[in-house]
Design a protein around this ligand. Structure first.
Ligand code: SF4
Length: 444
């Protein structure tokens, strides 16, 4: 899709430029040394852009120091400040970073004041050649827009269009847009709708694509590939992040696979396909287990999402870590992959659906460990949507369609949510999963 170009530090995003892979630090930004160490690992893994959270103006000197130190070491990838809510923090940090990620709708309860602060931010960014990402997530839209359109993909796209129109009117062009959701159907529909609306309006800004709160392991990878590949295969998307509740370096390898595939540097390891009505059997000769999983998700995710097919089975072989050939059908692995893909495309649920944020500098507890424990204790709750979120400030708003939420407060305390309502607060983390299971049992 032909888009405008956005300059972000030394990179250009959009138009015919290669896809750019991003990730985000999960260290505390005030811990400059830990954040620098993570940035160096990301750079060594080939990341294109690094995002770092800036929870308040106190961390502005920290991110400035991190960026300057990286530059002094020859690590030139752009540094993005991630801002939630505080327009003053966005305005304070804009002069010292390459891009600021904001949701202007959250700048102020009073929508006119939010618009005024966004206009101020545009001028600061213009002066300092700082790009902007307007990042709206499903579940964190302002009431002014959900009252008009509900909590829908159309609402996400319409909300973005308001800020896009302000950028166009201000002749500010270093803009990237994202509309993420953990629900692959919502996410794909939101980006498709926004692409159409931007085309109709005559200005198409580059898009940052990703499935937010995708979780971890195989499920997180499959869900991310389904949503991102559906869009990239249609030419929608110019930069991407695979969000995993894992070491952020792991995100880069999956992201680079997607960039390589949709920039046509690699192709699928599928060797054959037979079609019977809306059922497909695909055969692979994959160089690794991970590659099989990624290829399969990209080959069939979009077709399942768009209901072009109803079932897919998989056969063939892959090479294990020792280079031995493994039959995909062995030990039910092929059935497992097909089940995972059906769940990621929301066609059939064979286990609970987990939403988990990747964590960032706002996370005040061991999110990865808590997520593993919640998964282990709730694996029998097929079809239930359970969210595990890293912070009480943004977590509840980002859980969107979760039935239950486990939200870390910090200080070894947890809040438990039923839908969007907190039902227990300040629960010690040693008891929180028991309390969650009791509540789910009572609600049955
Ligand atoms: S919900 Fe998770 S990723 Fe989002 S700000 Fe909080 S800790 Fe960071």
């Amino acid at each position: 899709m032909d888009t405008k170009e956005a300059r972000v530090g030394g990179l250009t995003i959009g138009s015919s430029h290669p896809l750019v892979v991003q990730t985000m630090c999960n260290t505390h930004t005030y811990d400059v040394e830990a954040t620098l160490a993570q940035c160096r690992s990301m750079a060594a893994a080939g990341v294109g852009i690094i995002r770092i959270t800036v929870p308040s103006q106190k961390e502005v000197p920290d991110i400035q120091k991190i960026r300057e130190t990286l530059r002094s070491e020859g690590i030139m990838c752009p540094v993005v400040a991630d801002i939630h809510f505080s327009s003053e923090t966005a305005i304070a940090v804009a002069p010292v970073v390459d891009k600021v990620r904001i949701n202007p709708g959250n700048f102020h309860q009073d929508h006119d004041k939010a618009r005024a602060q966004f206009a101020r931010l545009l001028e600061v960014c213009r002066e300092h050649h700082t790009a902007i990402r307007i990042g709206l997530n499903h579940g964190s839209l302002g009431s002014y827009i959900t009252n008009l359109y509900g909590n829908t993909p159309l609402a996400m796209a319409k909300a973005a269009m308001e800020w896009i129109e302000m950028c166009v009117a201000a002749d500010f062009n270093d803009v990237v847009i994202s509309l993420k959701s953990s629900n692959t159907i919502v996410m794909v529909e939101a980006y498709r709708t926004l692409s159409r609306l931007m085309s109709e309006a005559g200005t198409v800004f580059p898009l940052h694509v990703g499935v937010t709160e995708a979780g971890n392991g195989d499920s997180g990878r499959i869900k991310s590939c389904v949503g991102i590949s559906a869009l990239l295969s249609e030419g929608i998307g110019n930069t991407l992040r695979v969000s995993l509740t894992e070491d952020p370096v792991n995100e880069i390898y999956v992201g680079q696979y997607l960039a390589d595939r949709y920039d046509h540097r690699i192709s699928s390891s599928m060797t054959g396909m037979s079609v019977n009505g809306k059922s497909v059997t695909a055969t692979y000769d994959a160089p690794s287990r991970e590659r099989l999983l990624l290829d399969f998700s990209c080959d069939f995710g979009k077709r399942l999402l768009d209901r072009e097919i109803d079932e897919v089975t998989i056969s063939g072989t892959y090479l294990d870590a020792e280079g031995q050939t493994v039959d995909i059908a062995a030990d039910g692995f092929g059935d497992y992959l097909a089940d995972e893909l059906m769940q990621a495309t929301r066609r059939r649920f064979y286990k609970p659906e987990y939403i988990a944020c990747p964590g960032c500098g706002r996370t005040m507890y061991d999110l990865q460990e808590a997520f593993e424990q919640v998964k282990a204790r709730t694996s029998h709750l097929k079809g239930m949507v359970i969210a595990v979120m890293g912070c009480i400030v943004n977590g509840p708003g980002e859980m969107a369609d979760a039935d239950w939420g486990y939200v870390g407060e910090g200080g070894h305390k947890v809040s438990i949510y039923k839908g969007s309502e907190p039902v227990l607060r300040h629960v010690p983390d040693t008891e929180a999963i028991d309390r969650l299971l009791e509540l789910i049992g009572k609600a049955d």
